[in-house]
Design a protein around this ligand. Structure first.
Ligand code: HPA
Ligand code: ZN
Length: 335
């Protein structure tokens, strides 16, 4: 099964680029930028990656992002992630970035977006990986700050396919961002939102109804409402599920308790994603393997996870058709 997973074509729809900053690169960037770190080595930093909930992770994740200063830093970060994509046969990726994490500490929006965009362009030409960028608003910051961030994004509109919502879910419900999401839609951006990771099923309903999202990020707490699960199936609403993240942040006790496979079998459009792979112990292949080891899955079910991600992606229909046939050919060749 692991050989099947290794070469299975994959599509990632939930990846925070700042969360792909490995300790080794973090140390290299800190040295390059003259920043001192409160850890002696990358190994010592890695041992601090022991989280009890979302907030305990976010505190360390925002601290790590402080090492990112120049356009080249954002390029190097994104390029390192793309090389991991290549190794995992990720053929398409839609990456999040958190502009406010950087603009709040004086880094220009332009510096961030240009570095990420240039690496993604190189990834397309030299690694044959297609991609999109989604910018996320930090839900613990104000609506005004989100609106200001949207304004900063407008000159780079052609680089950014959509807007999302991340950071602390508890206490910062979707309704706080209705206006800025409406403005984003008027400018032609698609919308997604983290909901139902740590927060209640109602946040998923509100992300759909109030923010008009095309996908729900995480969404695993949908199982608290049978009516909501039925609606997700009926409307084919995709969930970008992040299995290793959910274990690391104690959303589930262990992988055998995870509900992704039962949701898949019910007909919910679930997908597998890595979220913040440098912090949660694995990229796409690791996530697929962890789920398949804890749940007895068929080749067809594993391939369905990629098909769901292709269907849910923000790429054009002809590329979707080409990617679907790559997956179908792969399964046929393997069996
Ligand atoms: N949830 C919310 N915010 C985040 C996450 C997450 O899993 N990763 C990075 N920011
Ligand atoms: Zn996330």
């Amino acid at each position: 099964m692991n050989a099947f997973i290794q070469d299975l074509p994959k599509v990632e729809l939930h990846l925070h680029i700042e969360g792909s900053l490995e300790p080794e690169l973090l140390f290299k960037l800190a040295q390059r930028n003259g920043i001192s770190l409160p850890y002696a080595s990358p190994e010592a930093l890695r041992t601090a990656y022991d989280f009890e909930d979302l907030q305990s992770f976010l505190d360390i994740y925002y601290q790590g992002a402080n090492a990112l200063i120049t356009e080249q830093d954002f390029y190097d970060l994104t390029w390192a992630y793309l090389e991991r994509c290549k190794a995992d046969n990720v053929i398409h990726t839609e990456i999040f970035f958190d502009p406010q994490t950087h603009t709040e500490r004086g880094i220009a929006f332009e510096t961030v977006i240009k570095g990420i965009h240039r690496a993604l362009q190189d990834g397309e030409t030299t690694l044959n990986i297609t991609s999109q960028i989604i910018m996320c608003f930090l839900r613990h910051l104000s609506e005004d700050s989100a609106i200001e961030t949207l304004k900063q994004a407008l000159p780079y509109k052609e680089f950014i396919v959509g807007v999302g919502l991340d950071s602390s879910e508890q206490g910062y419900p979707p309704e706080k961002f209705v206006r800025v999401f409406k403005m984003a839609k008027e400018h032609g951006f698609l919308t997604v939102a983290h909901a139902g990771e740590e927060g209640p099923a109602q946040n998923i309903v509100d992300a759909i109804e109030l923010l008009g999202v095309s996908r729900v990020d995480h969404g695993v707490r949908c199982v608290e409402s049978d009516e909501l699960v039925a609606r997700l199936i009926e409307t084919k609403m995709p969930l970008t599920v992040c299995p290793l993240s959910n274990i690391k942040l104690c959303v589930f006790d262990d992988m055998s308790q995870h509900n992704i496979v039962s949701l898949l079998r019910k007909g919910v459009a679930v997908t597998i994603n890595s979220d913040d792979p440098a912090y949660f112990g694995g990229y796409m292949t690791d996530n697929f393997k962890a789920v398949s080891e804890a749940h007895d899955m068929t080749h067809q079910e594993l391939a369905q996870l990629t098909i769901n991600a292709i269907d849910a992606s923000f790429i054009d229909e002809s590329t979707k058709r080409e990617y679907r046939s790559r997956v179908i050919d792969y399964v046929a060749r393997f069996s």
